[in-house]
Design a protein around this ligand. Structure first.
Ligand SMILES: [Zn+2]
Length: 137
């Protein structure tokens, strides 16, 4: 760690991410199969976890929102979709999450907003229908 980033001892290989020399006995492989140092390995691991969590939130938001149009007893599914989309949006505005996601960040952000719009539209439609029924008496 104290040595310069360009110094690679003989018999050691350079980290694919930061270029630091790696002791072959402690070498690790990233998800992409690159040889990386332990520092970059744990960073990549955190990024992968953040990425998975963000994807899970965004996709489940859209799934719940679409499902709320099919089956929505007592607005439960609408509620789940809306709470989920708010959680997804709050998660996606975090700087570390944004950095971990890279180019897929905007896609997931759009998905979370889309889920909120789909679920919100369904909820408003249902409330309007109830309102009309009550008005018609
Ligand atoms: Zn590294």
């Amino acid at each position: 760690m104290a040595q310069g980033s360009q110094f690679i001892p003989p018999g050691h290989q350079a980290c694919a991410k930061c270029g630091r020399g790696i002791d072959p006995a402690r070498a690790l492989y990233s998800n992409e199969g690159d040889l990386v140092c332990d520092g970059c390995f744990s960073t990549a691991d955190i990024a992968a976890r953040l990425d998975r969590a963000a994807r899970g939130l965004a996709y489940s938001t859209v799934a719940a929102a679409v499902f709320s149009w099919i089956c929505n007893p007592f607005f439960i599914v609408s509620g789940i979709a809306i709470v989920n989309s708010v959680a997804a949006l709050r998660y996606l505005v975090r700087a570390d999450v944004k950095q971990a996601l890279g180019s897929s960040h905007s896609t997931l952000f759009v998905l979370a907003i889309l889920g909120l719009a789909i679920a919100g539209a369904r909820l408003l439609l249902e409330l309007a229908a109830i309102g009309l029924m009550m008005a018609a008496g």
